[in-house]
Design a protein around this ligand. Structure first.
Ligand code: SF4
Length: 453
């Protein structure tokens, strides 16, 4: 089947599987007590942890935004928040009972560079006081070129940050105006140059297709500019259009939107243009230059997927620090309270701000493993499942394996003696394959998710 026909067939709502079970399954019965108990459980001594730090503040609202954010021009707002973050970091470290190693740190938002130079330094020192950061650690930050200064970039690099991700979305000035994110091409290009000259690597650009006023022609020009500027990685997301849930997105509904057919054409155009320019498709929405660490991770089995999307595997336990931040540790997911002011109050008062989560059952762990294998190793091998869980994949999941047949017929999966391989084209539809193994999926929940392709 042709790619365009496959996209038409498989496009529909579905989870991104940055976690399994997905967030709608988590419950509020999981709180600070369960989180503290989990943190106190022993972990392998030499296994590094990841840490995600959420900074929710932004100076202006991009109308497509789906993040947990707080719009403010009041820069004094972040001082109290940074103190709360440092308190949470210290509390978590105390519960571990030893100084643990970090192999991956990521600051996201919101706009992490909303913080002043002093706050950036103070927060980073808060981390190094309680944790050892490995020399090989990936230390990344999301950068909004509209508000990030050269001084901030220089400080971040001097502290030890080595990766940056830039929000771009589209280079077309009209699209930018409508989505309320005016960011001239030259500004983005010069920030990348500055970051590269300072030694940042694996520089990522986020783009979105499916936004108002976008057409095949406008996006062709955006892709030309993108390839010309040449970031190392590109995340190309389908616009997560949920105006009934995210009221501010309703503003975009009054503008012409690309039709489903146009969205398919835009995606195909991007896919071809990026492949031609030397980028490798990592999963359904990530591309990387062939010599980038992320592309190499696909080859050597080190690709991993967590709340930050695709990353290079550096340990599976992840701490979530800050309002709404999600952690994954010792078989559980834990999410902090969403509102920054509630988060601050809790940290200043009772302590940990865990608001919901889930402790995984053995069945959840098995299905999670399968979904990770499909999404990161792009395969499902019976022997690997058996050596992980001591039982037969075929005996445990006969119905699910049977349900894979249409994907084989459509060239998304290839059967092999060990099990199934995901084809190169099939990587674009991997969310659909993963959905076969999602025990919690049903039609009503599906409506809360964005489009799979
Ligand atoms: S800068 Fe990013 S987080 Fe802030 S409103 Fe825009 S898209 Fe959302």
């Amino acid at each position: 089947m042709e790619l365009a026909a496959l996209i038409r067939k498989y496009a529909g709502p579905g989870p991104r599987y940055t976690s399994y079970p997905t967030a709608p399954q988590w419950a509020e019965v999981i709180g600070p007590a369960e989180y503290a108990k989990t943190l106190a459980k022993p972990l392998p001594d030499d296994e590094p942890l990841g840490m995600y730090v959420h900074i929710p503040f932004c100076e202006s609202l991009c109308y497509y935004c789906g993040g947990n954010i707080q719009i403010t021009h009041d820069h004094s707002r972040s001082a109290r928040y940074v103190e709360a973050l440092k308190r949470e970091i210290a509390l978590v470290a105390d519960l571990f009972g030893q100084k643990r190693k970090l192999g991956q740190i990521s600051w996201g938002g919101g706009t992490p560079t909303f913080l002043t130079l002093g706050e950036i330094r103070s927060l980073y020192e808060g981390i190094t006081k309680s944790f050892d950061i490995l020399d090989t650690a990936e230390v990344s930050i999301e950068i909004d070129p509209r508000v990030t200064t050269n001084e901030q970039l220089e400080l971040l690099r001097a502290l030890g940050f080595n990766r940056v991700s830039l929000g771009v979305q589209d280079f077309n000035p009209e699209v930018q105006r409508v989505i309320n994110r005016v960011q001239p091409e030259a500004m983005t290009a010069s920030m990348l140059e500055k970051a590269r000259s300072l030694g940042f690597r694996g520089i990522n650009f986020d783009l979105i297709y499916g936004l108002p006023l976008q057409s095949v022609d406008t996006f062709r020009r955006t892709l030309e500019a993108l390839v010309q500027i040449g970031p190392d990685r590109i995340a190309l997301y389908n616009y997560a259009r949920l105006p009934s849930l995210l009221k501010h997105q309703a503003i975009l509904e009054k503008h012409p939107m690309p039709s489903p057919e146009e969205r398919v054409e835009i995606f195909l155009l991007a896919y071809e243009a990026l492949e031609k320019a030397g980028y490798v498709a990592i999963g359904m929405d990530h591309f990387a230059k062939a010599d980038d660490e992320l592309a190499k991770a696909v080859e050597n089995g080190m690709l991993y997927r967590n709340f930050m999307g695709y990353t290079v595997r550096r340990g599976k336990n992840l701490l979530g620090i800050g309002a709404s931040a999600i952690g994954e540790i010792s078989g559980g997911f834990f999410q902090n309270t969403k509102k920054a002011s509630d988060y601050e109050k809790t940290l200043e008062g009772t302590g940990l701000a865990t608001a919901r989560g889930m402790l995984l059952s053995d069945e959840d762990e098995r299905r999670k493993w399968i979904i990770q294998s499909l999404m990161c190793q792009f395969r499902l091998f019976s022997k690997e499942f058996e050596s992980e869980f001591g039982e037969s994949l075929e005996a445990r999941y006969p119905h699910e394996l049977k349900a894979l047949s249409p994907f084989v017929d459509d060239g998304i999966l290839t059967p092999c003696p060990e099990g199934f391989l995901v084809t190169q084209t099939g990587r674009l539809f991997i969310r659909n394959v993963a959905m076969v193994f999602d025990a919690y999926l049903n039609v009503s929940e599906g409506k809360k998710f964005s489009q799979t392709v």
